[in-house]
Design a protein around this ligand. Sequence first.
Ligand SMILES: [Zn+2]
Ligand SMILES: [Zn+2]
Length: 230
Amino acid sequence: MSYVKKQMPQIKENNFDLFDPVNIFPELLSVPKAQIPVENEPVSIFPELLAIPDVEEITDIDAAVIVENKIEAESESKSEKELPSVSELYEIFDRLNIKYFKNQIPRLIIKYSKRMYIAGSFSPLKNEIKMGWKYHSIFRDDIEDTMAHEMIHYFYPNHGRRFKDMANNFGVSLKAKEHPDLRLACRYLYYCPNCDREYPRRKRLRMASCGKCSSGRHFDSRFKLKLKKM
Ligand SMILES: [Zn+2]
Ligand SMILES: [Zn+2]
């Protein structure tokens, strides 16, 4: 069996849906990020990527799987413990809704995302919370924390002052943890030229400015993110 074929399940799992999987460098899937040769930066090889109007405005910092909580070798505890079922997620939601929010949040759609590498996301448009499957396979005990964080986003879309106050009141994390398995998939590392905050991303960004430095949800060219050479 060819190497690529053997890697197929992994490729599928990583869900590089923009690519024809056969074209993916198999070594990308198995080599720790630091060792990926710069010359093989896939950008040039996937011109279709460049054509995608991938305007992603960064305001939700947890999307970046950002730093601060450096995790020691926790990969062993990357347990076989099962994650809660979706209906158990709803139970967690209901419980937290009573505990923290006086039951004010209407029932949202809650689902897992198997392709996200981030902890969670909340979409006000869809009224939907997505929980990162991969993230919580590693940080199994953080499910409630993530859920509460995303529920606060129901009231405050950004991590502004009021978001922070509420999160701190509840003892809820502001940021997701970091883990090598979760960064592997981020091919691009952007940074803010003003505050140096890093934004690992799977896709190329254009017109993205630092969520911390830009005010409101608007693109601010002064804080346009730059691509870091890795
Ligand atoms: Zn958040
Ligand atoms: Zn910044």
